[in-house]
Design a protein around this ligand. Structure first.
Ligand code: NAD
Length: 514
């Protein structure tokens, strides 16, 4: 344990001073203006990518220690996700940072109306343990791109990865602008007493409320990436073998500890039977007949969570799986049937390798079931029938939707990732990360044009009916034809004109020759 960590873990009055000093130090670094420079931001993003490239082995080892995470999952679902987000942001940042010009009204027609992009300042990122590398660091990419300084607090539940982050971040990123704080509830509580300019939290709705309460003290804007129960609807129009594999993969990677894992399945009895028949074969093919010996399954993060998930097995009949080894924090990938809608497994977020199936008769019943509950983080729909897809899309609300696959929507940089209602507020990934950490500052730059000033002078007293009418008309929103096709029309016009011109020139040259 580093000296800093030791100090952070001792609950002494000195600690208060330490946190105040920590945030003040980072604020001073922000006020120096370094992070506002685009060159600096790009350098830091490249350095962060280097961290992921050069320290891959250390990161994978830490993830294996914390969660028994297989190397393939560590690389594909943590390290590569972080790297490609950086690449995407680096490829686009020059365009994103440009001030946005907006059209004027008649009164300000001679002036400039511009939206500038300001960084918020000092950002606090609180990460969760289930993707313990990706979740605390992915928001950092966006915060850097937008020009902020960041204090990162990885989860104490994944201590090996938290240590890797604490050790490596200062080696690669500017140590004045980017700090890592390790610790648990008491450290988070102390951090939350400080004044930040933005707080980005990933975790449970329960702690999300605590974070929001703390943020209210300073009216700090927050993004809350929370959890909940993500439903999955499936009908018999699909290729069941392909669908089953996609569902089982999304559910059982990371041993079900994924915020957007399908939480439960809604389908008819006959679809359930087909799905279970195939799922039995697929799980055997993937994890063998003794899944606890498979190198491709993670472990549950803590005894407390393993006990919690094991209890869910009593909420229905295991059609597949059901084995538990609490000492090893292992729960076999399990599919539960005959599950009452009011049982624990259907009222709490599962966050583990248990997939309950609830029988419904139609897509309408699925809509009713989903809308009677909190708004989910993701809604999965498996059907090839586009009218059913549209019906479910238009009549439910969720943070995101993915049709005919699980998890893969997360890989599309252009799709913002975030929840709605109980599953969170705000979004990130790609451009959404840049936007999240950017304040769009409106600015009107007026000039001393005489005509404009004459128009503007109508606002000054003494007031009159005619002045009011004149200004009301000037400030009205007038419909204007869209000019977006103008460049094409001009190009087309120039094309035709050049053909005529070429013909005329050819004619003239021909006459000369005669
Ligand atoms: P958690 O909310 O229990 O804990 C998160 C962190 O908050 C902890 O590491 C701790 O430092 C701090 N904390 C805990 N109790 C606190 C308190 N009383 N006061 C101050 N700080 C406190 O969440 P978790 O167990 O780390 O993660 C699981 C939850 O996170 C699930 O609900 C899951 O769906 C959600 N999640 C969401 C996303 C997403 O992107 N939306 C991603 C991963 C996890």
């Amino acid at each position: 344990m580093s000296a800093t960590d030791k100090r952070l873990q001792e609950d002494t009055p000195e600690k208060m001073t330490y946190y105040e000093q920590l945030v003040q130090g980072v604020r001073n670094a922000f006020l120096q203006g370094k992070t506002r420079e685009i060159k600096f931001r790009k350098e830091q993003l490249k350095a962060l990518k280097q961290l992921y490239e050069q320290e891959e082995a250390a990161i994978c080892a830490a993830l294996a220690t914390d969660l028994n995470k297989p190397k393939q999952e560590s690389i594909l679902l943590e390290i590569n996700v972080l790297k490609s987000d950086i690449d995407y942001i680096l490829n686009n940042i020059d365009d994103w940072v440009k001030p946005e010009k907006v059209p004027a009204n008649l009164v300000t027609i001679f002036d400039k109306s511009v939206i500038f992009h300001d960084p918020y300042g000092v950002v606090l990122v609180l990460g969760a343990w289930n993707y313990p590398m990706m979740l605390p660091l992915m928001p950092v990419t966006g915060a850097i791109a937008a020009g902020n300084c960041v204090i990162i607090k990885p989860s104490e539940m994944s201590p090996a990865t938290a240590k890797v982050i604490a050790d490596l971040v200062p080696k690669y990123l500017d140590p004045e602008c980017f700090k890592v704080v390790c610790g648990g509830i008491s450290e988070t509580t102390e951090l939350l007493k400080q004044k930040f300019d933005y707080i980005f939290y990933t975790g449970s709705p329960h702690v999300g409320r605590i974070v929001r309460d703390a943020a209210n003290k300073y009216l700090t804007p927050t993004t809350l990436e929370l959890g909940g129960k993500s439903p999955l609807y499936i009908d018999d129009s699909v290729d069941m073998d392909m669908a089953a594999r996609r569902i089982l993969w999304g559910k059982f990677i990371n041993l079900g500890q994924t915020c957007i894992a399908p939480d439960y399945v809604l389908c008819t009895r006959s679809v359930q039977d087909k799905l279970i028949d195939i799922a039995k074969e697929v799980l055997k093919e993937w994890y063998g007949s003794q899944p606890n010996k498979s190198p491709d399954l993670c472990r549950i993060v803590s005894d407390k969570h393993a006990n919690r998930i094991a209890e869910y097995l009593n909420c229905g009949t295991p059609a597949i799986g059901g084995q538990v080894n609490l000492e090893d924090r292992f729960i076999e990938p399990t599919v539960l049937v005959d599950v009452p809608a009011d049982s624990k497994v259907m009222t709490e977020e599962i966050f583990g390798p248990v997939l309950p199936i609830v029988n419904i008769q139609s897509a309408f019943e699925a809509i009713k079931f989903i809308n009677e509950r909190e708004k989910p983080l993701t809604f999965y729909v498996f059907t090839t029938n586009t009218s059913v897809q549209n019906l479910l899309l238009q009549n439910t609300t969720s943070g995101s939707m993915c049709v005919n696959d699980t998890m893969v929507h997360m890989s599309v940089h252009g799709l913002p990732f975030g929840g709605v209602g109980q599953s969170g507020m705000g979004a990130y990934h790609g451009k959404a990360s840049y936007d999240t950490f950017t304040h769009r500052k409106s600015c009107l730059v007026r000039n001393y044009n005489k005509i404009a000033d004459y128009i503007g002078s109508y606002r000054y007293p003494p007031y009159s009916e005619s002045k009011t009418t004149f200004l009301s008309n000037m400030l009205r929103e007038y419909w204007m034809p869209s000019l977006k096709f103008l460049p094409y029309v001009i190009t087309f016009g120039l094309g035709i004109a050049s053909v005529f011109a070429a013909k005329e020139i050819a004619k003239a040259v021909g006459q000369d020759d005669d």
